[in-house]
Ligand binder design. Structure first.
Ligand code: XMP
Length: 516
């Protein structure tokens, strides 16, 4: 890592990711590390500043996150946020207590030290977002109060030691001057350069991958989604044909997807791609299966088997494979076992079942510090088509979890047609990019209808469209009636086998996004 960075130590706040995002929006690189990271690990990021995040614990809790307080002695500016302020207070000899009046939500803060570089150009009264149960009671020696609420300490500083802290959350957009405050930390205090751009990221990541892989060979399981595609293109830029991508048709892809992904990734972008049509194998495993989890497992296991076969074949022709490329993003990292930060329990996400462990491949995860929108920016810089970059998320088990009941070739074909109508109409209405996911679900329910003078007895299709930030919660989208009307009319008129369309108006929770 030869880029200067701001290191964020994660004490478990649900907002930690947002701090990183806000800093990178200022074109300064920032990486989130678990609060337990060693000083060497922190220093390997060449930090020009350290942010201590918020967190759900009290510094006096038996299970308070065990960060190394030596981090306060490194010769770089520190910004504590919420729990970070209490951590600083507690470890440098001040006192923290359980607040008489807990503060959650909006609060008014008065800046008492208006000359403080952290508050430069900010108004004296700020509307901020608070979320804490503890407060600083006595400040450590050398610290002074910089801001307060009616009830409590809202900011402290020790400019000599280059330590600043605020009790509120500048990263949350309800804190109106939050970005200005973070900018002050970056540019007034840390002297950061705003030079972390997609081009810079591509350049330094390509160099690092080249260095790591040398003349060895890497493989990548390509799904056609944004993450694995951008990871593959990035690694291809670094090592060219030493990367082989494997794209598997599991029989439950969207219509023409097997063909389209090959066309884009191999023909347009020049990737060395092995496309395996294993749809018959997958559909055989799905025969008679109706339970959602059994479906997921069947698909996951079969995927591993197919990928394993291909990997061995590639290994035999290339003289061995050493590396596996994965499009892991930061929200996935907080789940992984290599980084055990306290916020890992907040998010749970689905994976199709992982990849073969027996191959003992070393991982290359070039996107592991990034968020989805940042990955899209990188993809754009790599010249990838918008069609791939703007794709809505698609589950690993594909259309199988959108076909309730048994998955058969006939039902897959029906749903592929309906899915294509939904996606095309949502795109035609200019709504595709604003919506997190929009799709059709095939129900195992038949009902009576009439077409011309004919009685029909056919399947029902449900339409689902949701807004979401991260898939963890979601709201159904009030699609314009005109769009619903077109989708419904096209599906029942154009698809023989579906004669009724319903719209799903369930939020998550209590529903989930997918029906299975
Ligand atoms: P749910 O249905 O749990 O979905 O609200 C949340 C997000 O995860 C996707 N999803 C999956 N992705 N394998 C995946 O790779 C799965 O088994 C799976 N199940 C759901 C879903 O599309 C949504 O974006």
């Amino acid at each position: 890592m030869d880029t200067q960075s701001i290191v964020i130590l994660d004490f478990g706040s649900q907002y930690t990711q947002l701090i990183a995002r806000r800093i990178r929006e200022q074109n300064v690189f920032s990486a989130v590390l678990p609060c337990t990271a060693s000083l060497e690990e922190i220093q390997s990021y060449k930090p020009i500043g350290i942010v201590l995040s918020g967190g759900p614990c009290s510094v006096y809790d038996a299970d308070a996150p065990p960060a190394d307080a030596e981090v306060l002695g490194l010769d770089v500016p520190v910004l504590g946020i919420c729990y970070g302020l209490q951590f600083i207070t507690h470890h440098l000899g001040g006192k923290v207590r359980s607040a008489e009046k807990r503060e959650y939500g909006h609060a008014e803060v008065n800046i008492v030290d208006t000359k403080n570089p952290l508050f430069e150009s900010l108004p004296a009264d700020l509307t901020v977002w608070m979320s804490h149960g503890d407060e600083a009671l006595e400040l450590p020696a050398g610290f002074h109060l910089t801001a307060k609420t009616a009830n409590a300490v809202a900011g402290i500083a020790n400019p000599e030691r280059r330590i600043w802290a605020v009790q509120f959350h500048p990263e949350v957009h309800h804190t109106r001057q939050g970005t200005a405050l973070l900018r002050n930390f970056l540019f007034n205090i840390c002297d950061a350069k705003a030079d972390w751009t997609p081009a810079h990221f591509v350049q330094s990541t390509v160099a690092a991958i080249k260095d790591k892989v040398g003349d060895k060979h890497a493989i990548c399981a390509l799904s056609g989604g944004v993450d694995s595609s951008v990871a593959a293109v990035l690694v291809h830029r670094a090592i060219g044909d030493q990367l082989t991508c494997v794209f598997v048709n599991n029989g439950v892809l969207r219509r023409n997807e097997f063909f389209k992904v090959q066309q884009t990734m191999r023909d347009k972008l020049g990737l060395n791609l092995v496309a395996v049509d294993a749809s018959t194998r997958f559909l055989a495993k799905l025969e008679g299966v109706t339970d959602p989890e059994t479906k997921r497992k069947a698909i996951g296991n079969e995927f591993i088997a197919v990928f394993d076969d291909e990997a061995h074949r590639i290994s035999a022709t290339t003289g061995g494979v050493d590396f596996l490329v994965q499009g892991t993003l930061y929200p996935d990292v907080i789940e992984s076992s290599s980084v055990k930060g306290p916020s890992q329990t907040i998010k749970s996400h689905h994976n199709v079942g992982g990849l073969p462990e027996t191959m003992k491949l070393k991982l290359i995860e070039p996107l592991r510090d990034l968020f989805k929108d940042e990955v899209r920016r990188i993809g754009r810089d790599l010249g990838m088509p918008e069609e791939i970059l703007e794709r809505q998320p698609f589950p690993g088990p594909g259309l199988a979890v959108r076909i309730l009941g048994e998955v058969t070739a006939e039902r897959v074909a029906l749903l592929q047609e309906a899915d294509e109508v939904v996606v095309n109409e949502i795109k035609a209405a200019g709504l595709y990019r604003q919506i997190w996911q929009s799709f059709a679900v095939l129900l195992p329910v038949k009902s009576v209808g009439v077409m011309g003078d004919q009685r029909t007895y056919a399947y029902t299709c449900a339409i689902r469209a949701v807004h979401s930030e991260d898939g963890m919660t979601a709201d159904w989208v009030p699609l314009p009636y005109e769009v619903l009307k077109r989708i419904s009319s096209r599906i029942v008129n154009e698809i023989r086998g579906i004669n009724r369309v319903v719209y799903d108006i369930t939020s998550k929770p209590p529903g989930t996004i997918e029906w299975e």
